[in-house]
Design a protein around this ligand. Structure first.
Ligand code: SF4
Ligand code: ZN
Length: 295
């Protein structure tokens, strides 16, 4: 494909995925959770082609990871948003819980808690985004997860024999609490390399640096990611076929999953927690490292 056809192809595949799973409606207010990287740019650019800028907002989170800053990339995306009149919210872990991710990870090591930085990072980030989306009245949260991310997530849930999470990560999965703002992933059928190429062709300059925790403290995801990359190189298209297959398979369980009762609320923070818990996992971990502060 030439560059122009490639860009059109990505845009139409994003639109198809949005329509196929009814990710949002014409009037919905959408909050885009952007980190500043190539996928953030591709998400913003493709959504601007199908939704009015006046109904979009952007949230960016600064985790506070030593030696890794996405500030430069974020500034570029933010200036584009400001030009288009899109509302922007910037929040840091420090503001939300009183500590940076770097400080939390160090505190967990001192307390001898065996939790990966990515677990802390993902949990707190999701919590912050959901809370802002709910309080600011957005109808949907859009994240920039791509096909590589989504196929890794599906595979990890299979390895963990976690059917419940497999169903919840399906685009038609149930919303288990009124306090959750539904999260959707319009780039879920776009490969990471395609997203990078799209951003590059559109003139977006992004950093190559990766979060240091991905190599210094590799999680199961990091290992699956490396394996999937090798597999895709040997058998192009294998990840797309895998994710399409999982989507079809899991859709057979969706009707049953809609009967699951709403989640109970955490006694400490008031946010939804798992059915068998009275205190949510986030509060539990924060207490273990000696922190308990949700504004
Ligand atoms: Fe957070 Fe892990 Fe991603 Fe780093 S690699 S930004 S710690 S989720
Ligand atoms: Zn809690």
């Amino acid at each position: 494909m030439c560059a122009e056809c490639f860009i059109d192809d990505i845009k139409s595949r994003v639109l198809n995925e949005v329509r196929k799973y009814h990710m949002f409606n014409y009037n919905d207010r959408l909050l885009l959770a952007l980190s500043g990287g190539k996928d953030s740019y591709t998400l913003l650019d493709t959504i601007l082609g199908i939704h009015e800028a006046s109904k979009l907002g952007v949230i960016t989170i600064s985790e506070g990871i030593q030696g890794y800053s996405r500030d430069e990339d974020v500034v570029w995306i933010m200036s584009r948003c400001r030009d288009l009149g899109i509302d922007i919210v910037r929040v840091s872990f420090k503001e939300a819980v009183g500590y940076t991710l770097f400080e939390l990870v160090n505190m967990s090591k001192v307390s001898d808690i065996d939790v990966s930085p990515c677990t802390f990072c993902g949990m707190i980030r999701r919590r912050i985004i959901n809370r802002y989306a709910r309080e600011l009245g957005y109808d949907r949260v859009l994240t920039a997860h791509n096909l590589d991310d989504e196929s890794q997530t599906a595979f990890i849930n299979i390895l963990r024999a976690d059917l419940s999470r497999l169903i919840q990560s399906h685009p038609g999965g149930p919303k288990l609490s009124d306090l959750f703002v539904r999260r959707v992933k319009p780039l879920r059928k776009v490969y990471e390399w395609e997203s990078a190429l799209y951003a590059y062709l559109k003139g977006f300059k992004f950093q190559e640096a990766e979060c240091p925790y991905i190599t210094t403290e590799p999680t199961l995801r990091a290992k699956v990611r490396d394996y999937f990359r090798r597999l895709e190189a040997l058998e192009p298209g294998v990840l797309l076929r895998f994710l399409n297959f999982i989507d079809d398979l899991v859709s057979k369980f969706i009707d049953e999953s809609l009967k699951i009762p709403s989640l109970p609320l955490c006694k400490l923070c008031g946010e939804p927690t798992a059915h068998n818990r009275s205190i949510c996992k986030t509060c539990e971990l924060l207490i273990k490292v000696g922190v308990m502060r949700w504004a």
